[in-house]
Design a protein around this ligand. Structure first.
Ligand code: PLP
Length: 392
């Protein structure tokens, strides 16, 4: 059990639920293995805690956005292969080598730089080749009318590179409209074609992976070696209102909590918070809460009737959300008092507010809501706390 006495604003991460979610993913992808994407501090959940929970669930490959995140995992004693999905400056190639990291090979030019560095330093740099089948962010172009086939094959021929995989990425796997579905399937066709070309030239393509979370939910796996979920093992998707073709039983792993710092009754006509946008129509009971936009509660959710849970009651946030605090109208609930726990995301006494509630009012996607929870918010790994208890 988490001791919440001294806490102001915190996130509870149910790392046990990760194992459940990985199982659900595994049901969808069959023999394809899971590469756990733990970039951006595992979307704010805590990279190391999530990586360890994923390891327990059988995940043996990890993806991060950048070198700094890979270093954090290695310093946390994660010895499994780690793929850096984004750009690493050539001045840092030495660290890739020292920490035995896999770098995404982002272009032909980039491959040449990696190769050159490796040869100069009498080593090999490991990597997965990124294929750009339509995202047009990074990768070797491999689209109709623009296929860097010669460049790809030449890259496989570079003696300074150890190419352990090839991958691509979906921009519209969340959209079931025919246009988007055709586009996504065509991306897989292009991916398959490139792999065939590589094989035909006598090279080994290595580990093949393309599916992100929506790819896993909406597309039949083509027997690739890995899939790359981030959100799904966290038990959520980007947007609850977007229809998907499979609906597994995922458990959201994050709850966001704060405290009631004060309760007072304000007279009719009084206003609440900066800007005075909420005006009491009658004597109104107000609770001040210990969370604000500097914790990651988006200010844009102000004055939009955002509901939070206190003692199982759904109560609206009123007035502007401040940097470190906000206020709720708790009229009619006499049991609410100073020190009570406030649930902004998660369950309380049988009632749940979903992550999507904040996301919808903030006009964004759950990915951004999660990664916007700031470092001031303490993260607690519930499974680790329970383990500690067992040890006592
Ligand atoms: C972030 C990312 C993923 C994971 O995306 P989700 O939608 O969270 O599953 C997979 N692949 C790449 C290349 C990414 O950048």
């Amino acid at each position: 059990m988490l001791k919440t006495d001294g806490l102001r604003c915190w996130a509870q991460i149910d790392t046990d639920a990760i194992a459940h979610n990985v199982k659900e993913i595994q049901k969808l992808v069959g023999d394809t293995k899971v590469m756990g994407i733990v970039k951006a501090n595992a979307y704010g959940h805590g990279a190391l805690a999530c990586t360890k929970a994923l390891q327990k669930a059988g995940v043996d490959y990890f993806g991060v956005a950048c070198l700094q995140e890979a270093i954090e995992l290695r310093e946390g004693n994660i010895k499994d292969p780690i793929l850096i999905l984004g750009y690493t400056p050539p001045t840092c190639f030495e660290i890739l080598d020292q920490l035995d990291l896999h770098q995404s090979i982002l272009s032909y030019d980039y491959a040449k730089k990696m190769n050159e560095w490796a040869l100069e330093n009498h080593t090999k740099l490991k990597g997965h080749v990124k294929l750009d089948t339509g995202m047009n962010r990074t990768g070797f172009l491999y689209q109709d009318g623009a296929k860097e086939k010669e460049e790809l094959l030449d890259t496989w021929n570079m003696p300074g590179l150890q190419i352990d995989g090839i991958f691509s990425h979906f921009p519209v796997s969340d959209d079931l409209e025919k246009d988007s579905a055709d586009f996504t399937r065509h991306q897989m066709d292009l991916f398959d074609e490139a792999i065939e070309e590589i094989k035909k030239a006598g090279y080994h393509p290595g580990l093949r992976h393309i599916q992100n979370s929506y790819g896993i939910l909406n597309y039949q796996d083509r027997g690739y070696d890995y899939c790359r979920p981030g959100l799904l093992y966290m038990g959520v998707t980007s947007d609850d209102s977007v229809p998907v073709l499979s609906n597994p039983d995922f458990i959201p792993i994050l709850s966001l909590k704060a405290k009631v710092s004060m309760v007072k009754t304000i007279p009719q006509g009084a206003t609440v918070s900066y800007g005075r946008h909420f005006k009491a129509k009658k004597p109104t009971k107000i609770a001040s809460l210990t969370i604000g936009y500097a914790d990651g509660l988006p200010r844009i959710c102000s004055n939009q009737d955002l509901k939070v849970l206190i003692r199982g009651h759904l109560v609206p946030i009123v007035g502007n959300i401040c940097m470190d605090q906000c206020m709720a109208d708790i009229s009619g609930f006499d049991d609410i008092k100073e020190g009570d726990i406030v649930t902004l995301i998660g369950e309380d006494q049988g009632t749940t507010v979903t992550l999507d509630t904040i996301t919808r009012l903030a006009h964004t996607i759950n990915n951004e809501t999660l990664t916007s929870i700031t470092s001031r918010v303490e993260r607690f790994d519930l499974a680790a706390l329970n383990d500690q208890e067992k040890d006592i």
